[in-house]
Structures are given as structure tokens and as C-alpha cells.
Design a protein around this ligand. Sequence first.
Ligand SMILES: C[S@@+](CC[C@H](N)C(=O)[O-])C[C@H]1O[C@@H](n2cnc3c(N)ncnc32)[C@H](O)[C@@H]1O
Length: 469
Amino acid sequence: MGRRNKNKVFEAVEVTGAGGKGKGIGNSPDGRIIFIDNVVPGDIADIKTTKKRKSYYQGTAVNFHQYSDKRTEPVCQHFGTCGGCKWQNMEYKYQLEYKQDEVLNNLIRVGKVDLPEVTPILGSKEIYFYRNKMEFSFSDSRWLTPEEINSGQDFDNKNALGFHIPGMWDKILDIKKCHLQEDPSNAVRNFVKEFATDNKLSFFNARKQEGLLRTLMIRTSSTGELMVLIQFFYEDREKRELLLEAVAEMFPEVTSLQYVINEKGNDTIYDQEVICYKGRDHIFEQMEGLQFKINAKSFYQTNSAQAYELYKITRDFANLQGDEIVYDLYTGTGTIAQFVAKKAKKVVGVEVVPEAIIDAKENAERNQINNAEFFVGDMKKVFSESFINTHGQPDVIITDPPRDGMHKDVVAQIIGILPERIVYVSCNSATQARDLSLLDEYYKVTKVQPVDMFPQTHHVENVVCLERK
Ligand SMILES: C[S@@+](CC[C@H](N)C(=O)[O-])C[C@H]1O[C@@H](n2cnc3c(N)ncnc32)[C@H](O)[C@@H]1O
């Protein structure tokens, strides 16, 4: 954005919508859309622009003329600074309305497909403390509030354990209480921070690449099991054991205490050895009598209760009679495949991550599911003639791709196979709509069910049923 556009202020802009990564939406007098931080539809405010592009501005509210009656008081003391729950200032029923609108808009404008009557979005019973997994970062460079900076004081202890400030890779907001994961998540995090600070264990500095403590992961489960994993930058046995012993003693309910020594530049543990310090190297999650083993690296839907609802909808849409061959694309650890297996003749799950397929096979065995097979493969390349000949022509395809949606080659291969029914589960209705338009010549959309897995955020899941035309 050019200099003359910096600090441009549009007066009394009405916020008319919400979307665009959780931002409010308004219109500028010159006909562009403005994406606005920390506002709620119905607010009227002066908006200072922070970015200008051909068709839109980004901006922030500097002066409110009217507050929306859709507003509610955010419960979290970190709201506004933490990027996690951007919609906490909007009543939940309106959050659901905007999520429903987003799905519909995408299906209509991007997908341009004929739609049946769309069922109202399924809200989450729990709108706080619904996540089963949280990851916090250590930093010796705590994000200072404007009040702290203006105080002119020097802060010798800048240790933080919490979340990255949006857009800042080296600044961490110290979290005192997060409303996303049940107890003892907050107690564990606060204890670890305090104990490490008191015992002079150094917190990571991402710029200088120094400091002992990097990340803390906490996984809870509906079985009551609890996993805690601490990531260290280097091995210092004495200090590592001091901290791990303290956690074990303070929280006997931890059933899996693990650690990683990661000397790389980045924090990801997926290419690192995870070492079990105490207890087991995994926890279990359960759903309708099925057990799923979850280790530190396993993918599992983060809102377990809503995942159950999502899977039930997926199974209903698949409408299995017991004699179908079902393909579960992007199967992860095979949860959907196992969830529908009892109702199908056979299920074939495909996933690109080999470890996830190992988990899927192990879980299926534990759950005594004998009609599910799992394969490692990139979806773009899996559907060879020999694969179909070996596993059979699918009657139903269930697909649950990542946010980018299905690669166009995957869509082309599905069109080559033409199963009777497709159930498309998506966490991004824009890419889902794009894919539906590619399938439109052969399939009609018969059911649409949005599901809210992530209250207080703009994210929305959507399940669509497609039948052969
Ligand atoms: C949204 S998750 C679905 C997980 C699973 N259905 C569940 O509910 O637990 C998407 C999955 O697609 C996998 N994936 C991403 N790209 C892929 C590709 N090109 N081929 C196969 N699987 C892929 C990811 O590893 C991830 O497990």
C-alpha cells in the first residue's frame, strides 16, 4: 500500500457481514470491500486502513459510533490480542448464522450448482473447552502489552508460554487461561511455566535459536487419559528430568508423559523421535464402542463430541445397505472408514501419511473390523486400473480432503469411476464448491449439512451428498 493510503480513515462504516478469516466486512466509499478486525456485523465505526489492494482494503476500527446488538462480552482475558477465538465477541447463534451463510454463498457463487433445501447448521453443544489437543510455545520474548511498553519499565523476565501473536513468528502471548481445552490443561501449562522459570530453565528464543524449552503439547480424551509432551531444543538430562519429574508428581493423572529433543530450526515434531518418559506412549479415544489409539503424532479430530456428530451425518448420507464397496479417501487414521464399516460389505481407506495408515490398521484390528483395508498413497496417483480391479469398483466414495480440496486429477479420476454416491466432507466450503462444480455434469447435490466444529472461530465444516444424475 502506498504511503498516502497509510492511516486513511473511512468514517462511520457499517459492518454488514462476517467471514474472510474471521474479519468483519464493510464497504468503502470508493466501492471496495473492507475486511475489518475485531468488529461484529451491525457495528458502525470509523475504520483506519492498514492495507490496500485492487478490490479490497484491510482495516481496523478506531472509533465506534454504534455497537451491534449481536455483540456479547468475550469471556477470555486474552481476546483481541490472541488470534485464536476471533468471534468470541459475537453471540453464538449469530456465529452459526454467518457460518451457514458462508457455506451457502460458496455453494451458490463458486459452485453454481443446483441445491436442495440446506439443513440448518448443527451447532456444538460445548462452545468452550471443546478441544482435545492444544500446543503452546515457549519464548523468552513475551509479547508486551501497550500498557507495559508505555510504563517505561524494564522487564527482566520476559518468559512466555502460550500462542504466537498473529503474523509474528517470534513473539508469544503468555496465556493465563485458555477457554479451549478442559482442565487440567490450564493448570499443567501454568505449572510448567512457573516451575521452569523458578528453576531457571531457559525458554526458547526463535531469532537467536537458543534456549532449552520449545513447546508443550497437551492431549485430553473422553476416556479420562491425559498426554503431556514437552519439546526441548537440546539434551540437558538433569534439567529435563527435573521438569518431567515435577510434572509427574504434580499431575498423577497424566497417563502419558513424553518428550522430544529437537535440534532443528523449526518446531515440528513429525520428523522427530518421541520418547516416552512415564506411562504409555499413547492415549485412547472412543466413539460408539470403537477405540482409537492416539500417539503424539496421530491426527484425530480436535472436537471429539462434534466429530461424532460429523461422522454420524457422513454415515447417514452414505445410506449403506450392507452390500456396498466404499472408498474412504484421505482417511487419516481411518476413523470414518471404521465408523461406517459395519454397514458396508468392504471399506478401502487411502491416505498419504504412512504412520496414519499404521494406526488405522492397528485400530481396525483392535476394533475387530475385518472388512476394512488401508493403503498409503497420494490420492492423485492411487486410482490406477489395477487398484480398482484389485479392490473393486466403489459404490460409494467418502472423501474428506484437506483445506485445498481435491486435486483436479482426483476429481477427474472419480468421474472416471462414477460411483453411485459421493459423500464429501469438507473444512473449506470454497474449495468444496469448486470441486462440486467439476462434478456437476454427472452428480446432483441431494443433501447439505454444515457442522460447527470450532465455536468462537469462523471455521465451518460441511457435508454434502451427491447422487449420480
Ligand atoms: C481432513 S483430514 C481427514 C482425516 C479423516 N477423514 C478423519 O476424519 O480423521 C485430511 C487427510 O488427508 C491426508 N492427505 C493430504 N493430502 C493427501 C493426498 N494427496 N493423498 C492422500 N491423503 C492426503 C492428510 O494427511 C489428512 O490425514
